[in-house]
Design a binder for this molecule. Structure first.
Ligand code: 8OZ
Length: 360
């Protein structure tokens, strides 16, 4: 078999992708007070539509799911309508776009919830900060979810998936990574529940698997992906001794659901790829459909991992911010522009839709 190229089309379930390069989800905090995507979002995503697949910034499935200011939602009619220009603009350029569905769990602040505590598997505060009131603040002490509340959270993901299709998305990515609610449930260091959602590896995986199965039943397995970050300390995740068997189990269960892809943050999110020992190849081998690899990839590493068969698609994050034409630049060898950290989070068009392409 000849070696596949990063720049050749790829079939993701029913979707024909231009290439094997994915725009990773990137939080940009530009939604308005009603958490509708900003009017600049359609332009921003359309500028990056030469990616094989765009995964949007993390997007709340409910009001309770919010942990940062100005991150968008997909649970009100106005938010659904606000996403429509985005999907239309990407599709007009032949691109493909999934929305990332998000519940932050304990990574939140009382000021985003009328003074009430954020929810979590257990009342264990994370050692991390969030962005609220125009500044960074320690996250608040969460309260443990009652068992009776869990079906409501699954239902929020189901509705958000239906809303995503209504808004014109090609599919959804369930955010199971980076220390947010579904990841919190997976970890013995964040989840000390004694009911069916805590304790054993199987029980800790239950919420992620229930959510994914429900999304699959709503919109179909071919339109569903899941992001995982098994060895990442993101958002105050404390390492646990059973990460490998935990994630082996998760991926086996996701494989049984037949979802389109797993999207794996290899190593520490936006940090070292070898932060702590973890066998990502084991996950690759357990999953029959598409494996999207992310974290610290450059062209050379992506090419070699593709040639070795270690991944199918490669997600680039920060480089897509300052290089709307990242695919063309990687292909031609044009230099990559650096991103301006000052305009990463919040603001308007500046540092968002004004990064030039090579062709101008
Ligand atoms: C950066 C800032 C805020 C949130 C993630 C959703 O890490 C995020 C995020 C990233 O998955």
């Amino acid at each position: 078999m000849s070696t596949p190229s990063l720049f050749e089309p790829y079939k993701l379930g029913p979707l024909n992708l231009f290439n094997r390069i994915v725009m990773a989800p990137l939080t940009r905090n530009r939604a308005g007070s009603d958490l509708v995507p900003s009017p600049f979002a359609a332009d921003y995503y359309a500028q990056r539509a030469s990616a094989g697949l765009i995964i949007t910034e993390a997007t709340q499935v409910s009001k309770q799911a919010q942990g940062y200011q100005n991150t968008p939602g997909i649970y009100t009619p106005e938010q659904i309508a606000g996403w429509r220009p985005v999907t239309d603009a990407v599709h007009a350029k032949g691109g493909r776009i999934f929305v990332q569905l998000w519940h932050v769990g304990r990574v939140s602040h009382v000021d985003l919830h009328g003074g009430e505590a954020p929810v979590a598997p257990s009342a264990i505060r994370a050692e991390t900060k969030t962005f609220v009131n125009n500044g960074f603040a320690d996250v608040s002490e969460p309260r443990a979810l009652d068992l009776e509340e869990i079906p409501g959270i699954v239902e929020d993901f189901r509705k958000a998936a239906a809303n995503a299709i209504e808004a014109g998305f090609d599919g959804v990515e369930v955010h199971g990574a980076n220390g947010y609610l579904l990841d919190q449930f997976l970890r013995e260091t964040a989840n000390v529940r004694t009911d069916a959602y805590g304790g054993s590896i199987e029980n800790r995986a239950r919420l992620l698997i229930d959510v994914t199965a429900t999304v699959v039943s709503e919109i179909g397995a071919q339109r569903t992906g899941v992001r995982l970050s098994p060895a990442s300390p993101a958002s105050g995740i404390v390492p646990s001794k059973d990460e490998q068997p935990q994630f082996n189990h998760v991926v086996e269960a996701l494989d049984r659901l037949g979802i389109a892809y797993i999207h794996v943050v290899e190593g520490a999110t936006s940090g070292p790829r070898d932060a702590r020992p973890f066998d990502f190849d084991a996950l690759r081998k357990k999953f029959r459909n598409t494996y999207i690899a992310n974290n610290g990839y450059d062209l050379e590493l992506a090419k070699s991992r593709l040639a070795e068969g270690k991944a199918d698609l490669f997600a680039f994050g920060h480089n897509f911010i300052a290089n709307p034409d990242l695919v063309e630049r990687l292909k031609s060898g044009a230099p990559l522009a650096p991103l301006n950290p000052a305009t990463l989070y919040g603001g308007g068009a500046q540092g968002y839709t004004d990064y030039p392409t090579v062709s101008g």
